[in-house]
Write a protein that binds this ligand. Structure first.
Ligand code: PLP
Length: 292
């Protein structure tokens, strides 16, 4: 149940349907966002709403798709999806896709549609995982710099890779995958950016083969405000193995410690002190318990 914002109207969940000849279903050209709303100390609020809307428009621009709404309307659609479903704590999924007006790659009469769905999606990680960390497996699937997996776009097609990588990791008994770039440097998780801590400094891959994560940017700012040095550089998987701490960041995963990579225990084998500090600060921040 509930309501989904669909091309400007709130539609009952079961009526928010598309045709089987929806172009995006066949060819995967579409863009989306993953956004969280929190019940903050100041009432319900969408975390980094404008940043997510801006990234959605950038992703669409890269894909040469024109969103038929203004950024203000897209912001309002997300606020309405939370408000009208009475979901202060929610995950939001704005998605932009082509309609069923034509088939084939040459179709040029396609309408661009947009939905915003909202639902309760607490965390797919257990509270223990947030404390002890998760087991991660380096993937045999790579994250490309360019082409289908353009890293500035949160595009539907990119997630074929992410799903294959995650399925592979799960089938090996791990909980998440770590994808490398085509040269073998660390890129990111299936839906998260990655950080390591080594001798008190924090490192994260530069934005060449990973999504420009909004949680990543938030955590970088929070860490810098605490006085940590953040270094954006190429990271090898060896550097992850010997790191003192490692963690993922993402809207869905929030700040998630990594306990092991490929069976190598990282640091002490439990959430490290800097990860814990940043995790706590991140939650305070999204819940409005800090002044920023
Ligand atoms: N990397 C990928 C591939 C993702 O799908 C996501 C999730 O959106 C992230 C990183 C983290 O980005 P954000 O913090 O903006 O959610």
């Amino acid at each position: 149940d509930g309501l989904i914002w669909f091309d400007g109207e709130m539609v009952p969940w079961r009526d928010a349907q598309v045709h089987v000849l929806t172009h995006t279903l066949h060819y995967g050209m579409g863009v989306f966002e993953g956004v969280r709303a929190y019940e903050t100390v100041n009432g319900p609020g969408i975390f980094r709403l404008q940043e997510h809307t801006d990234r959605l428009f950038r992703s669409a621009h890269i894909m040469n798709m024109t969103i038929p709404f203004t950024k203000e309307q897209v912001n309002e659609a997300q606020l309405a999806a939370v408000r009208e479903n009475n979901l202060p704590h929610a995950y939001l999924r704005p998605m932009v896709f082509y309609g069923s007006e034509g088939m084939g790659l040459r179709a040029n009469n396609l309408k661009v549609h947009m939905i915003v769905a909202a639902w309760e999606w607490p965390s797919y990680m257990t509270p223990e995982a947030k404390e002890i960390g998760i087991k991660v497996r380096t993937s045999s699937y790579t994250r490309h710099h360019v082409n289908i997996t353009m890293c500035k776009a949160k595009a539907n097609g990119n997630y074929i890779n992410s799903m294959l990588a995650l399925n592979e990791a799960l089938s090996c008994g791990a909980e998440e995958a770590l994808l490398l770039d085509p040269e073998g440097y660390v890129a990111e998780g299936s839906g998260e950016n990655v950080f390591i801590v080594y001798k008190g400094k924090i490192y994260t891959p530069e934005l060449t083969s990973c999504l420009d994560g909004i949680t990543r940017a938030t955590v970088i700012t929070l860490a810098q405000e605490l006085g940590y040095e953040i270094i954006e550089k190429r990271i090898t998987r060896d550097e992850v193995y010997v790191a003192d701490e490692a963690f993922f960041t993402g809207t869905a995963a929030e700040v998630l410690p990594i306990q092991q990579l490929d069976g190598r225990v990282i640091g002490s084998g439990k959430r490290g002190p800097i990860t814990e500090q940043l995790q706590k600060l991140y939650f305070d921040h999204v819940m409005g318990r800090t002044d920023k």
